[in-house]
Design a protein around this ligand. Structure first.
Ligand code: HBI
Ligand code: FE
Length: 285
């Protein structure tokens, strides 16, 4: 392993079983996502050399990805230390696990594998706004780590890159209407959570507010109890340019929230079936 934790993908070492797991996961998600993921995700997915037949070869992905946004996928054995992770992102290298989950644990992941990392993340890396946002997150991560603010910054990544929803205009029966769509990789790579996130009545869907998000704990062991919704993916650009230092300062005092909390100031999206009415506020926890 190199000092930056990268390893060769060794594509030719995947077994028939590995490719079969990819196929199962790929077919499930490609059937679901055209109706649940945002347009940019679906377009990115379609423009990449991804297919049900085999785990993608990173070199082939990079031939399309790199000219588009300057990003490339590099192989790693699994989770890498935070600093190594941020260093890669800051240089537009996306670390992807080179292994794939086993067939009897299709919906269970201890560490990000090639399906989560490639299928979940790489389509959005084809989008120029997300491409810039993740690079800047890498730079911000290096600084946050130096000054002890990584917990707060990591929540931004979690509630955007991993579990973000975005508003989108879609054609419904009565003409154009607003819907909520997935852009987060943690959702997009999960069969069960992708429908849950936009259709279930159970989770809260709250308009994205940076400081609110940075005060909110997240859970890694189950479906999210709350998702934060961007008005537009373009909002990530402004977010990436923010000077986090004054925000970290403000976060030194004041409340923090658990995922189930809904606040009086939250812009809550009611109904989860893709359509919703906006603005009604549930009671503060
Ligand atoms: N390593 N391979 C990999 N993938 C991740 O998503 C990842 C990581 N190391 C650290 C990390 N994520 C997070 O803890 C940071 O976003 C804070
Ligand atoms: Fe991820």
């Amino acid at each position: 392993m190199a000092h930056d934790h990268t390893i060769p993908q060794r594509w030719e070492h995947y077994s028939a079983q590995d490719h079969a797991v990819w196929k199962t996961l790929f077919e499930r998600q490609t059937a679901l996502l055209p109706h649940l993921a945002c347009r940019e995700f679906v377009e990115g997915m379609q423009a990449l050399p991804l297919s049900a037949e085999a785990i993608p070869n990173f070199a082939a992905l990079n031939e399309v990805l790199q000219p588009r946004t300057g990003w490339q996928v590099v192989a790693v054995p699994g989770l890498v230390p935070d600093e190594v992770f941020f260093e890669h992102l800051a240089h537009r290298r996306f670390p992807s696990g080179n292994f794939i989950r086993s067939a009897n644990q299709l919906d269970y992941l201890q560490e990000p594998d090639v399906f989560h990392d490639v299928f979940g993340h790489v389509p959005m890396l084809m989008h120029p706004v997300m491409a810039d946002f993740i690079q800047l997150y890498g730079e911000a991560g290096l600084r946050a780590q130096r000054i002890g603010k990584l917990t707060e910054l990591a929540r931004v990544y979690w509630y955007t890159v991993e579990f973000g929803l975005v508003k989108e205009q879609v054609q419904g029966e009565g003409g154009a209407q607003e819907a909520l769509r997935i852009y987060g990789a943690g959702i997009a790579s999960s069969f069960t959570e992708s429908a849950f996130s936009v259709q279930s009545a159970s989770p809260h869907r709250i308009g994205f507010d940076l400081e609110r998000v940075m005060r909110t704990h997240y859970r890694i062991d189950d479906f999210q109890e709350c998702y934060f919704v961007l008005d537009s993916l373009d909002d990530l650009l402004a977010l990436a340019r923010i000077d986090f230092d004054p925000i970290y300062e403000r976060l030194n005092s004041g409340p923090s929230y658990v995922p189930g909390d809904v606040l009086l100031d939250d812009k809550v999206f009611q109904r989860g079936d893709g359509r919703y009415a906006q603005g009604r506020v549930t009671v503060e926890a």
